[in-house]
Ligand binder design. Structure first.
Ligand code: ADP
Ligand code: MG
Length: 347
């Protein structure tokens, strides 16, 4: 940075020059009156005066600026003053200006990030309370109606209690989802890797949702018969959660009498890909990119018949990504959807 160095010495250089000129003028005058005028002597004096004042000034200015500037840094503790220590101290204000500009830019960026985070936090809180409100009001409604006299009728009493119970159930799973997503987002979720048979795990998920599937007359099946176990290495409980969320979605958004099919394929040498395919309502292309966002639901109307927090797929994505694996979605509106994710095979 030659420009910087030139600038840095300019102040001392000029000041020394003025000092030299003034003192040489007086020295010349003095010598003249003493009748000892000598050009050689004057030149030597000029060189000495210039050098000494230049060095002295440069030193003093550096010290002065260093002390003051460092105090600014320390006082405001804008930056770790070490970053300043390492730089050569020059008398140039340019360096200081540059440093301060850099600090200002950093701070601005920090503020922007905080603003974004704050906006996200507000949105999150808004979403949470919105999601909780609906089931809470439902439960409250049934309880109030019961207290208002509906509990005298045995048939109604039972019906309303069952409905209130469902509302509470819904509240519980929203809170559970929230708890899970919070843990996932603060990275509090320690994966417990183990080797297990993915075929076996899928079978147990199928069993879990047999009843639910029957209600909508949906068939839960593998694409073929998997006679041998397929051993994978992952956090079994979390992968069960992934499969559960995907299967529940395929039932929720599946057509009456449809099929949910799961396949396991070898991918590259140490990976498998698990696909969950349904022939349900499908997803319009414009909605696909946002599917994995928290609280995102294609059907935003409050009157949707299928409950859900809109957190299921973002939980799925978090879990798969925590495993360093990938999740994919392909869907054709009114034809069906396929969600797939990769897993690592056991060695
Ligand atoms: N298999 C599927 N078929 C059609 N749409 C789906 C499917 N899975 C998810 N979706 C859409 O993605 C949205 C987000 O899913 P998810 O995060 O699981 O939330 P939720 O199921 O609670 O609504 C759903 O609301 C639905 O619109
Ligand atoms: Mg879901």
């Amino acid at each position: 940075m030659p420009a910087l160095i030139k600038k840095a010495y300019k102040f001392s250089f000029r000041s020394s020059l003025y000092l030299t000129v003034i003192s040489i003028f007086f020295i010349a005058l003095l010598l003249y009156f003493l009748g000892e005028f000598s050009l050689g002597l004057l030149i030597v004096a000029a060189i000495i005066i210039f050098t000494v004042s230049f060095i002295l000034l440069q030193y003093r200015v550096e010290r002065f600026i260093y002390r003051h500037v460092k105090r600014i840094y320390d006082d405001v503790s804008l930056l770790e003053s070490t970053s300043f220590h390492n730089q050569p101290i020059t008398t140039s204000m340019g360096t200081l200006t540059k440093e301060i500009e850099k600090i200002a830019k950093d701070k601005k960026l920090e503020i922007e990030t905080l603003k974004v985070r704050e906006a996200y936090r507000k949105e999150f809180m808004g979403n949470v309370s919105h999601e909780l409100k609906t089931p809470l009001f439902t439960v409250q409604g049934y309880i109030l109606t019961l207290l208002d006299g509906a509990m005298d009728d045995k048939a109604i009493r039972e019906k309303y209690l069952v409905r209130a119970g469902k509302g509470v159930e819904r509240l519980i799973y929203i809170v559970k989802d929230l708890d899970m997503i919070t843990k996932l987002e603060i990275g509090d979720l320690n994966l417990e890797y183990e080797d297990f048979d993915i075929v076996d795990l899928i079978e147990s998920v199928f069993e879990m949702f047999e009843m639910k599937a029957k209600k909508k007359n949906i068939t839960l099946t593998f694409d073929m018969k998997y006679e041998n176990p397929i051993m994978v290495r992952a956090d079994k409980e979390r992968i069960q959660q992934v499969l559960t969320n995907l299967v529940v979605n395929s039932l929720k958004y599946g057509k009456e009498g449809g099929t949910t099919e799961i396949s396991i394929e070898n991918l590259i040498k140490n990976k498998v890909i698990v696909r969950v395919t349904d022939n349900g309502e499908g997803i319009k292309e414009e909605n696909i990119p946002r599917l994995f966002e928290r609280f995102y639901r294609v059907d935003k109307s409050g009157s949707r018949k299928e409950g859900g927090s809109g957190l299921g797929l973002s939980i799925v994505k978090h879990i798969i990504e925590a495993h360093d694996e990938k999740i994919y979605v392909e869907s054709v509106f009114e034809v069906g959807s396929e969600f797939s994710f990769t897993m690592e095979k056991s060695k």
